[in-house]
Design a binder for this molecule. Structure first.
Ligand SMILES: NC(=O)c1ccc[n+]([C@@H]2O[C@H](COP(=O)([O-])OP(=O)(O)OC[C@H]3O[C@@H](n4cnc5c(N)ncnc54)[C@H](OP(=O)(O)O)[C@@H]3O)[C@@H](O)[C@H]2O)c1
Length: 272
């Protein structure tokens, strides 16, 4: 069990969406917050509101596309307030274009934020967790890290990598006899604005998720040391249907509307 009360909890991408809601929920549950985002203004507003509500919070503007900037901000975070107990790698971006329409810069940026930043933040904060033999690393991946989708080649592959990152790290820590816990989070689309315009064919099987519900489940997963949080339950069927021939898999992805889910996409990653 991970008791969040008094725990120094770092959330990346905290200025909006899931990260912002998570900050509120974890603060209400008693966590001491450290919030990172590229959006300095949004982060400042959130800090003002959290402090007014009586919560303890440190904020740092950090561009996760830069390994050097992550290292510098991580060093400041450690020097200012000591080790991190719970690291929530939440920041993510999406371009939502076909492979030939995505720019090279967009492809690189997607991997920098969604994948490489996981390496740099965990390498910065894991040593102190290992030393104290306690800590929790949460990777907010996606259901897009479990199955591919049209117009999401960069996003899906960066999230597949995030799922592989968590799984390998989990096994590595276990092999080392460490009590540091990892949790990977794989939700279907969430109504935060990041994926505005996406559609689902059978909303009773694959609903567009409410951010509040996702965040509530993430907090519970952290508290209960759940290693994997996939939602909704229907996403689990992706594993057995992979045993079918590829043409059947593709037909089922089309039938359930997944292949067409991005057709009317107009979301995307705001200021970054
Ligand atoms: N929304 C969904 O449907 C969905 C589904 C499954 C998984 N997820 C994952 O859940 C996580 C949160 O998504 P969300 O919907 O809450 O997205 P969001 O509302 O767009 O929030 C993401 C936050 O990360 C920040 N960010 C972007 N680039 C950054 C960078 N280079 N350095 C630091 N911060 C950066 C964004 O700042 P700016 O606003 O300034 O860009 C924003 O504050 C992501 O990892 C996403 O992939 C989302």
């Amino acid at each position: 069990m991970t008791d969040v009360v008094g725990k120094r909890t770092l959330i990346t991408g905290a200025a909006s969406g899931i990260g912002k809601l998570l900050a509120w929920r974890l603060a209400d549950a008693g966590a001491r917050l450290v919030l990172w985002d590229i959006d300095a203004a949004g982060l400042g507003e959130l800090e003002t509101d959290l402090v007014a509500a009586g919560h303890e919070v440190d904020i740092y503007t950090c561009d996760l596309t830069s390994r050097d900037k992550i290292a510098a901000v991580a060093a400041r975070t450690l020097a200012d307030g000591g080790p991190i107990d719970i690291l929530v790698n939440n920041a993510g971006i999406v371009s939502g274009k076909t492979l030939l329409d995505i720019s090279e810069q967009e492809i690189e940026r997607t991997f920098q934020v969604n994948t490489l930043a996981l390496f740099w933040t965990v390498r910065a904060f894991l040593p102190a967790m290992m030393e104290r033999d306690s800590g929790h690393i949460v990777t907010v991946a996606s259901a897009a890290g479990l199955a591919g989708t049209a117009k999401l080649t960069d996003y899906c592959s960066s999230k597949f990598a995030a799922v592989g990152f968590d799984e390998s790290l989990r096994l590595e820590l276990k092999k080392q006899g460490s009590n540091v816990v990892t949790t990977v989070v794989c939700p279907f689309y969430i109504n935060t604005g990041m994926f505005d315009g996406v559609k689902t064919r059978f909303s009773w099987l694959l609903p567009i998720l409410k951010p509040e519900v996702v965040v509530q489940r993430i907090v519970k997963a952290i508290q209960k040391d759940r290693r994997r949080l996939i939602m909704p339950w229907f996403i689990y069927t992706g594993w057995p249907i992979r045993l079918l021939p590829v043409s059947w898999f593709d037909a089922l992805m089309a039938f359930f509307g997944v292949s067409h889910s991005m057709d009317d996409f107009r979301g995307g990653s705001g200021k970054s």
